[in-house]
Design a protein around this ligand. Structure first.
Ligand SMILES: Cc1cc2nc3c(=O)[nH]c(=O)nc-3n(C[C@H](O)[C@H](O)[C@H](O)COP(=O)(O)OP(=O)(O)OC[C@H]3O[C@@H](n4cnc5c(N)ncnc54)[C@H](O)[C@@H]3O)c2cc1C
Length: 283
């Protein structure tokens, strides 16, 4: 059992993790990517105190190494679902299940179900995890919508199971895909069906499919922890970075603007100290 489960490996998550360890707590940092793709995309960061002219990728590596030195347990995994039973939080990852006495959400800009019909068909043909759900689509045609190159590995896994995989990348680059996969173009527009998904529509044409897989930087928040209170597009927090759920804190871009590294790191620290207080019973 961990004292603090941190979801997300960007500046907010790493800062929370380091500060949690400085208070001698057992900390797991679970992140879909070893370090945030958003931070890595920053070509040059000039506004972080004392580290001028550094690239986002270099900064990310420094954060990661610092956390390793402090004894943070870093897990490359995606949390699909969080829930609470009595005093314990459970996080279901693609690879493992995690147990902790408190949680810090540092998931970056919250993801939303953006495709028409997506939210309606979750669990009825819409999936965010090929590894978990792929077998349910054996022998069927599916579309795989991906915002990240990480989706290629998942789509390749589906190529072995499904009759046909259409891959719709929403990023530029070379694709490392199984030759059986057909790359398609356009913007995702609509998912529809009756009991289950029967079709997927792009800005260019319609595909008759039994499933739609979606790969984003994170999964929609209302799936991750139903009932988490929002303020507009951000998770609602107090100055202590507490959410409406006792024991769950949030930090970084997911709590709102400005979407900046220094703000994320500062909030990560506050969230960790508040989690430590919570664990001590000073709720
Ligand atoms: C091109 C570019 C340039 C930028 N330049 C600057 C700059 O010069 N200065 C500046 O201050 N800021 C800059 N930024 C913004 C900065 O990168 C962000 O504000 C910062 O990374 C936010 O940190 P975060 O920890 O809140 O979230 P993120 O860095 O977005 O990290 C969140 C992490 O959580 C992971 N995650 C999400 N959901 C889950 C889940 N369910 N399970 C596991 N992991 C999950 C994501 O995959 C991601 O790795 C720039 C951003 C971009 C894109």
């Amino acid at each position: 059992m961990y004292d603090i489960l941190i979801v997300g490996g960007g500046p907010a998550g790493y800062s929370a993790a380091i500060n949690g360890r400085r208070r001698n707590k057992r900390v797991a940092l679970v992140s879909k990517e070893p370090v945030s793709s958003r931070l890595r995309q920053a070509h040059r960061v000039d506004n972080y105190l004392g580290l001028a002219e550094i690239s986002g990728a270099e900064m990310a590596e420094k954060f990661r190494q610092h956390a390793v030195r402090e004894g943070v347990e870093i897990k490359e995994d995606e949390i699909l679902n969080l829930w609470q039973e009595e005093e314990v939080f459970y996080g279901l990852g693609k690879n493992e299940q995690y147990k902790a006495r408190s949680v810090i959400l540092a998931i970056g800009i919250p993801q939303k179900a953006t495709i028409e019909g997506e939210a309606d068909f979750v669990g009825r043909g819409v999936s965010y995890c090929a590894t978990c759900d792929g077998m349910f689509f054996r022998g069927q045609k599916v579309v795989f919508v991906s915002q990240l190159p990480e989706g290629e590995k998942e789509a390749n896994f589906l190529a072995d199971l499904c009759e046909k995989v259409f891959y719709l990348p929403q990023y530029k680059g070379d694709y490392d895909l199984d030759p059986r996969i057909e790359v398609i173009s356009g913007k995702p527009k609509k998912i529809y069906g009756t009991e289950r998904v029967t079709a997927f529509v792009t800005s260019e044409r319609e595909y008759e499919v039994g499933g739609v897989f979606i790969e984003r930087a994170g999964i929609p928040l209302d799936r991750l922890y139903p009932g988490l209170e929002m303020q507009g597009e951000a998770i609602k927090v107090t100055r202590e970075m507490a959410t409406n759920v006792p024991g769950i804190f949030a930090a970084g871009d997911c709590t709102g603007r400005p979407w900046q590294i220094a703000k994320a790191a500062g909030e990560g620290q506050v969230a960790a100290l508040s989690a430590v207080d919570f664990l001590a019973g000073n709720k």
